[in-house]
Ligand binder design. Sequence first.
Ligand SMILES: Cc1ncc(COP(=O)(O)O)c(C=O)c1O
Length: 384
Amino acid sequence: MKRESITTVNRRGTDSVKWGLYGDDVLPLWVADMDFQSPAAVIDALQERVAHGVFGYPLHPQELRELVVSRMQERYGWKISPKDMIFIPGVVPGFNLTCQLLTKLGESLLIQPPVYPPILNAAEKAGVRNIRAELVRQPDGSYTVDFDALEAAIEADTRCLIFCNPHNPVGKVYTRTELERIADICLKHKLTIISDEIHSDLVFKGSQHIPIASLSDEVAKNTVTLIAPSKTFNIAGLSCALMICTNHELLKKIENASHGLLGDVNVLGLTAAIAAYRDGGDWLAQTMQVLKGNLDYLSNFIQKSLPEIKMHKPDATYLAWLDCRELALEEGPYKFFLKKAKVALNFGDDFGEGGQGFVRLNFGCSRELLSEALERMEKAVRER
Ligand SMILES: Cc1ncc(COP(=O)(O)O)c(C=O)c1O
């Protein structure tokens, strides 16, 4: 493996939402981007592209299509063709647009809270009802699906499921058996699956991501899969994501609807995506080691020094879902840690049912930052 250095740099004053939203005295462990510099190959490719000096409208490069085809084959044994994808500026606009096309006003869509807030809010944007089949929290803090409840929740006018795998915020990677049951339920009730798999590259050893569309041709035709290099290679600000769908009629419909509405992919985003998918493998493997080290550190710290907080190690993502209910904080853990520890986390309530009393912590940062934030949190809890 090529030795990459996984480097953090000062992000204050760089118009980063993570670092700029709160005051300089606050340590930001919230919004889902990492503090690591992107792979050297990405930075070099961008510098070369910038040096060219012309930034007109882009074509969507065949090389990127081919890279995605090989990536899906190598990582998941999923055989797709370069024609099975379109490039879009973001996963969120991708699923919002798809929901709007698949539903009519007043109909419904299905989600599994607690879940990433834009998924929670997609129904409202589409003018439809949100049907919620809550994930079930187990005593060890892991989450399972109550398949009977999921199926029972579906109504005659429910048109699609917005699925999130790996799941944000609970960090769950679905097993093949779980995916098969979900896919079967969706086929039986004619629900299109919109599968947000943006975190699929960030899976820890011991778990294996399976794209739900890879289960069978029939499931693939019933699924719109959304992926992006953005979380993986820390290039979220470059606005480049992908929608994969082997049902070309549906894909064409979405592509047509996107014109003039979504905006095109950023020309630098395409350059970065190619470099990341082609040359970012070693960087990613090393970043996963750094994340694993941070995760172990976080988990040990919580067990020893903040035992009232319960955390199940995520199978994937750099996001930890912290159950702070035992602390019984009057103002809730988000406000408490922001005010008393000067640590910004994500507010659990924003993730819907099952989020009350929880916060989400982003450990995609330097160990120093993580340990200082945890020490501040511990002190605030002890002094309360
Ligand atoms: C599950 C999930 N989907 C989508 C996104 C954002 O996607 P994009 O920036 O491509 O719209 C995030 C970012 O945190 C996420 O966690």
